[in-house]
Write a protein of this length. Sequence first.
Length: 366
Amino acid sequence: MLPYISLLLFGLLSTTGYGFPEMVRYGYTSCGSCHVSPAGGGVTTEYGKRLSEEVLSTWSKSNESNFAHNAIPLPSWLLTGGDIRELWYTTQYGSAINTSRTFLMQADGELGVTTPIGVTAVGSWGWYNERNYESRRHYIKYVPTESISLRAGKFLASYGIMTPEHDISTRKGIGFNQGAESYNAELGLFSKYGEMLATKITKWDDRKNLHEEGWSLRVAAYAPARSVIGWSYYYGTSSAGPAKTHMITGPFCILGFTEHFYLLADLSLQKIYTDWHEFYYRFPGLFTYEKLGYEFYKGMHVSLVFDYQVDQIGFFDTAYTAIGPGFSFYPRPHFEISGSWMKQNFSGIPASAWGDIANVMLHYYF
C-alpha cells in the first residue's frame, strides 16, 4: 500500500501546461485559436501570444509574450513553445508518509514551422519529469480548409478536458496523462457550433510502454454564454500479457458563468475486461474531476477542486478522494505561480486517516 500511495502522491503534483481551458469564459471555445494543436497545449499561435498579454496576465507590454520577451525577433513562420517548471511539495499522511521536496520537473522547448499551403510541422525536445531527454511531441498538421484539420505524428490523443492538471483521475487515472503520448493519426472537424476530434491510436511508442491500440472520439458543442459541453469515447485493445479490451466514456463541460467565474467538470466510466462475460457482469470504474474557479483580479485565480476515482464501483477499497483550494497567478507573460492544499483519503487505509498535500510551482513558459 505505501508504494502505491507514494507514487500517486508524486503523480498528483506533476502538473504540466496543456493549455488553459478556462479561457472558454471569454468566448474562446476552440483550443486551436491559441495553439497549433487542435486539442490545445504546446506551441502557441500569434493570436495565442496576444491573448497571453491582453487576457491571461496581470501586467504586460506590447509584444512581451513573444520569444525572449521580444528581445530576439523571430520570423512569422517560426512558432515557439516549451516550459521550465520548479516544484516544491510537502505531504503529511499520519505516520506513514511525511515528505518534503523541491525539484526541477520539466525543462523542454518546442518549435513550429508554418507554410503558406496550410502545413505546420511541430517538434519538442527536452527533459521531463525526471526522465531522460526525449521528444514528447512531433507531428505534421495540414489544414485544407477552416473546417478540417489533419494531423499525424506523436501526440496525446484527445479525450475529455485537456486540463493542465494532467495527473488527476480523469487524466492519469484513465491513461490520458502527459507522458503517455503515442503515434497517432487525427481528423478534426470544426464549425461555429462545435467540433469533433477523431484519433486513430497506434501501439508504436519509442518509450516501449506497450500502449494500447485503438481510437478515441471527442465531440463538443459550443454552448451559449461562453461554455463548452461534450462527450468522449475511447476503445482500445492490448495483447501484452493477457489480451484485454479497454473502454472509457463520459461527459465533460467547461462553463463560463461570467468572465471571471467558471466551472470545469469531467466524468468517465471505465471498463477493462478480457471477455464479454466479464464485460456484462463487472461494474465499471468511476473517475471524476471538478474545479470551481474565480478570477478576482486580472491574472489572479482561486479555485476549489474535487477529485475522485474508484477502479470498480461497489469495491471501494481502491477509491481515492481529494478536495481542497488552489490558486494561480500570471503576473506577466511567460510567468505563472500556482499552488494548492488538498485533503485526501485512500480507502485502503482507515477512513478516518485523511492526509494533507501542499505544493507551490514556479513556471516559465516560452
